[in-house]
Ligand binder design. Sequence first.
Ligand SMILES: Cc1ncc(COP(=O)(O)O)c(C=O)c1O
Length: 383
Amino acid sequence: MSGPTGDDQVMPQPALRLAQLKPSPIRILSEGAPPSAIPLGLGEPTWDMPRAALKALKETSGPCPYGPNFGLTELRDAVAHFHHATRDEVLITCGSEGALFSLFLAFLNPGDEVLVPNPYFPAYTSLAHMAGAEAAFYPLDAEDRFRLKAAPLIAALEANANIKAVVVNSPSNPTGGATTPEELRRIAEACRARGVMLISDEVYLDLHFGTRPPSLRDVSDYGLVITSVSKGWGSPGLRVGWILGDPAYLGPARTVHGYAVTGAAHPAQRAALALLEDSEAIFQAARREIRVRWEALEAALKLYLGQAAAPPDGAFYHWMALPEAALPDPWGFCVRLRDEGGVVLVPGSTFGPQGNLFARLSFAAFPEQITEGVKRLAPFWKA
Ligand SMILES: Cc1ncc(COP(=O)(O)O)c(C=O)c1O
């Protein structure tokens, strides 16, 4: 490469820990989309940030400090109250992604493995690699709408002594499948018996279509809950989340998080506090938002594709079987959907091999976009 002075410059070489890391395919598909494409790819709320948060941001005044590494005391108290826990069981992080990053870097060594669901939220494997560890997989139950079951997870745990951490995610991104208290309890007991760190990613817990799925906290005092204000509280851009659990895990996680980012932004933590204080009303409004969007999707699937569909247990994802024509090359098919059809879906293979026959449709989009998006899918599904 030639620099501005004509000198030869050495190309920067990313560190080895990046060898297995690629930019997120979800972002690649979405960011490369033509402006007219309907965005059914990204998993983020399109409804307004709740007024309580907006008000708190507007009212912010005075100094804007770094704040304590563990997070604002008032916010930790509010989170503790929300989970029926105590303040010393709460570490505030930059989103649940900040929580995962901190736990993985604090507790995993090279050669360790992290057991994650298949299909899975891609950050699980990427962050495991960043920590120098490897990912191992347990299948979600394809016969039962990809719900989380204890038996395959425990079988994977028994077969592999290198597993140092287990991640569960109910309701799941990408499938929307959840689990039952009994299954979750069995998983917690199996992890406790082996001394394996258990992380329950509950970012979608309060966005449900029937009864609320169980939190790990409902069934066990073992393991860590991670969640954030990004989904149920409708505020992903605040970048506030937390880890809830045994303080013995939180100290090392705080060291990593503190060096990485110091802490979540002070005004954002104030806004998160306002959200926590209004949780029930905010969740009810958010559930109305996803219900309206689901109804638009259900009607459009019937009208344009002739498909009957049931809502997921939770979250805002429709895990959609691909047509046969797509199967030799699901990525190429989704790129054609985007560039020729004008609609962005994420190929299920992005979420692991159990996703090969599927695409993830995010119905967090506006209802009109959902209707138009499915209409645009029709020629590709019928071809
Ligand atoms: C399952 C799951 N976990 C964690 C995250 C990260 O969310 P955040 O860092 O905004 O809390 C996401 C975001 O889409 C997700 O789907």
